[in-house]
Design a protein around this ligand. Sequence first.
Ligand SMILES: [Zn+2]
Length: 212
Amino acid sequence: MLQVKSFVFNPFQENTYILFDETKEAVIIDAGCYNTSEFNLLKEFMISEKLDVKHYLNTHCHIDHILGNSFVCKEYNLKPKYSVEEIPVFNSGNTVAKMYGLNYTEGPVCTDFIREGNTINFGNTVLDLIHLPGHSPGSIGFYDKSNKVIICGDVLFQGSIGRTDLPLGNHEDLLLSIQTKLFTLPHEVKVYAGHGNATSIGEEIKYNPFFN
Ligand SMILES: [Zn+2]
């Protein structure tokens, strides 16, 4: 059975997720941990649950989602996995961090790109990958079909949608991604977003003001 642990990290209040199951194998998604106390929170959780991290995944590479890349990759001896469309976003990390006055150490680059149609496997869990462009060109949703859970980054939020005014954002693409790839999932699918509370596909179809 899949378990989802979330932390709220960094000045952007970003959600960092740890997914694991009964085998104790795990993935970390979007490590936004920013300082020593946040690094320790994540590390202590992994130790207390005795988790074995198999993959480090990025839904997309905006700065608030990659602030902890360097820490996690070093700590667990992994390289990040993100989609090839996120290369320019990842590469702008240093410039963007400077703009916001953030301490940022660039982590290793991805050498094993992920795309729609691929799966990520750990323990008894299979994550299907769904390409959700719009907020960022290479945004990926990690969908556990059997447990009805999706980690979707900054695409869809409780009562809102991702911003598209950042470089490489596209509002039309975002609406299309949500309508054709998220709102077609079963209504009971639980949505874990990059910021704010978890929601469900059914709740957003019914109440999200951008579609009503
Ligand atoms: Zn973002």
